[in-house]
Design a protein around this ligand. Structure first.
Ligand SMILES: [Zn+2]
Ligand SMILES: [Zn+2]
Length: 160
């Protein structure tokens, strides 16, 4: 039985440009160089913010505008190829691990963000204790604390 973490790591192994183009077409998006570059950048740098993504994309496409990267991020997020998360007090960050509604650990000190699988199942925490008539399709869970590097507890460091 493959764990969902392993499953996603397998999906995120280095991908060819042809694979990325295929993903765009499957999402009914026209293949453009900025779209391929942004998708590739986010897959290589999970939870990167927009500034970092612009930096990575410009290594490949030096003339791409910040606005173009914003527009691509929005299009890729709207079509479900990317997921946007925005921890409280942080800028928006993007990741290519979509569709599993995984949770995040966020460090209050250094802004580190780490994926964490759901504690209870595949689509975590979608069963609210009281849905108030809402049809719920997403739950966003962020565990706040200190990462092992920032934690004053030496025992926590050894566990990392
Ligand atoms: Zn930290
Ligand atoms: Zn994540």
């Amino acid at each position: 039985m493959i764990s969902s973490r392993k499953f996603w790591q397998a999906l995120l192994v280095p991908t060819t440009t042809a694979d990325l183009e295929h993903m765009l077409r499957k999402a009914a998006l026209r293949v453009t160089r900025p779209r391929v570059a942004v998708l590739s950048a986010v897959r290589a740098h999970p939870h990167a913010d927009t500034d970092s993504i612009v930096g990575v994309v410009r290594r490949e496409l030096p003339k791409v505008s910040r606005q173009a990267v914003y527009d691509v991020l929005r299009a890729l997020t709207e079509t479900g190829l990317l997921r946007r998360i925005q921890p409280m007090g942080s800028v928006a960050r993007y990741e290519a691990r979509v569709g599993d509604n995984h949770h995040h650990l966020a460090c209050r000190s250094c802004d580190a963000i780490v994926d964490v699988d759901c504690a209870v199942g595949v689509a975590p925490c979608l069963a609210a204790s009281h849905a108030h008539g809402f049809t719920i399709d997403e739950a966003e869970v962020i565990y706040w604390g200190l990462c092992s590097s920032c934690s004053p507890d030496p025992a926590a460091e050894q566990n990392s």
